[in-house]
Design a protein around this ligand. Structure first.
Ligand SMILES: NC(=O)c1ccc[n+]([C@@H]2O[C@H](COP(=O)([O-])OP(=O)(O)OC[C@H]3O[C@@H](n4cnc5c(N)ncnc54)[C@H](OP(=O)(O)O)[C@@H]3O)[C@@H](O)[C@H]2O)c1
Length: 305
């Protein structure tokens, strides 16, 4: 990296055979309320594959003429702080950039982000592991906001994709809110899901008071909810239809620095999982996407600039 530029991975040809390019872009200084982070790790999540594959461009949700930024969650070190920011240079932080329609993202050497959207990474949690927390733990916490506390007339929650990133966090957080949780996952995930404190199934019958759909079952997930129950999906852009008086909503993950601080504290204590499958250099981003696309991973690829 030269003094005045940094490297960033972007989508130049969404849906094309080589959608991702590494480019050099000018360093920008943080504005009021912002920090510049030297990225130590950026997590590869399923949404990034959908961006590179052109899914959101085809829905009209991304309209970037030149390049689309990649990545949502990251961890790194504060390199500069803008006016009004009381965070020391060198502080270790993790955070989340939400939204799809942007020309920058954490798949980069540097990132300018609102200081309110990051949390300090506690001692004892390395930055690569911390990078895997923000998107999926906050999504799960925000799913729990949508589900609410277990009602008196029915507390049986089915979490589909319970061994996945979002699903495992929902399993971990739902018991706090009084739900009796069953995780639906592959047969080989039984030990992991039970280890989170949930019952386990590979194939659920209908009749659940609520379904949290980390496995993206969509209509098949709604069909598992009892009449008048609740369904929380993970795909706000393509919502399944409501039926039989069921409340159908979908989460849209958004940054929340203070809440992330609590989730990181629960990670360093071992209460919440931090699952890293592999750490790869940023310039191998295309290989990482190809591996993630094969499916079946139980942990994240983290890109290191
Ligand atoms: N709306 C938002 O703000 C938001 C935020 C975060 C994530 N998301 C979305 O949420 C979804 C889940 O994300 P994630 O990161 O948790 O993905 P993930 O880690 O791949 O988890 C999905 C899990 O579902 C499992 N699964 C799928 N079909 C199954 C079946 N029939 N039986 C049992 N298990 C099944 C998968 O197992 P296999 O790997 O074996 O198939 C995997 O373990 C993605 O679509 C992501 O884009 C949305």
């Amino acid at each position: 990296m030269s003094a005045a530029t940094f490297r960033m991975a972007v989508v130049r040809d969404p849906g094309g055979p080589r959608p991702i390019d590494l480019i050099e872009v000018p360093v920008i200084e943080p504005g009021p309320g912002e920090i510049r982070v030297e990225v130590a790790g950026a997590t590869v999540n399923p949404v990034d594959l959908a961006v590179a594959g052109g899914f959101f461009h085809s829905l009209g949700l991304i309209n970037q003429p030149d390049r689309t930024g990649l990545g949502w969650d990251f961890a790194g070190t504060v390199a500069a702080a803008g006016p009004g920011v009381d965070v020391a240079v060198g502080t270790r932080v993790a955070g989340l950039i939400a939204g799809l329609d942007r020309d920058f993202g954490p798949y980069a050497e540097q990132l300018v982000v609102s200081a309110a959207d990051v949390a300090v990474v506690p001692d004892g949690l390395d930055l690569v592991a911390a990078a895997t927390v923000p998107l999926n733990a906050l999504t799960a916490a925000q799913i729990m906001d949508l589900l609410g506390d277990a009602p008196a007339d029915g507390d049986r929650l089915l979490v589909t994709g319970a061994a996945g990133a979002v699903g495992a966090y929902v399993v971990s957080l739902a018991t706090d809110r009084g739900w009796r949780v069953t995780g639906l996952a592959r047969a080989q995930d039984e030990e992991f899901v039970r280890g989170l404190g949930a019952d386990f199934t590979t194939a659920a019958e209908p009749g659940w008071d609520a379904v949290a759909d980390g496995g993206v079952f969509q209509e098949r997930g709604v069909a598992l909810v009892r009449d008048g129950g609740r369904f929380v999906g993970v795909q706000p852009a393509v919502m399944p239809a409501a039926e039989r008086g069921i409340t159908v909503v979908a989460v849209s993950a958004h940054p929340d620095g203070p809440r992330l601080a609590g989730l990181l504290a629960r990670t360093v204590s071992g209460e919440l999982p931090a699952r890293v499958h592999a750490v790869v250099p940023l310039d191998q981003v295309a290989d990482a996407h190809r591996e993630v696309a094969k499916g079946g991973l139980r942990g994240r690829y983290v890109l290191v600039p």
